[in-house]
Design a protein around this ligand. Sequence first.
Ligand code: GDP
Ligand code: MG
Length: 170
Amino acid sequence: PSQMFQFKLVLLGEAAVGKSSLVLRFVKGHYYEHQESTIGAAFLTQSVTVDNAIVKFEIWDTAGQERYHSLAPMYYRGAQASIIVYDITNPESFERAKTWVRELQRQASPNIVIALAGNKADLENQRKVEYEEGAKYADENGLIFLETSAKSSQNVTDVFSEVARKLPKS
Ligand code: GDP
Ligand code: MG
């Protein structure tokens, strides 16, 4: 790889959809059945190589403060990328994800790259949000879309790599 690029990425989504689990799977390769919600902003870094460039993410996990919506702008301020997460077994979390998308499209940096992740894809037998619903919404709103599982690691690196591929490198 010839060049390195650094970007701020913020994880958003309802509590318990698996944001922290996705970050820990991506950064440390681990999965915890009973992930404790951390207090304060968790900040981790990890890199991916795409298109002959190293993309280093500074990842901000909202860490339990999802409930205090007024704190959100301070997380996504200056973010060039966001992964908005819902839980495929929880339709309310999908609706909440859509409100995050609208908020970012109005308030965040104009060229922010947004990915929508339908997490807990391993829980197929409890699915309540169809793949097509997520895919259609993402398509209509110009978002990257993948169904992920922090538990099985399905598509976890891929969602970060897709974001990295779409970010400007110049
Ligand atoms: P957060 O509040 O959005 O950060 O969610 P957490 O990462 O704390 O996860 C909430 C709960 O969901 C924990 O018990 C996790 O073990 C579980 N969880 C997270 N990701 C997955 C997943 O992909 N599959 C399954 N089955 N459970 C998950
Ligand atoms: Mg968390």
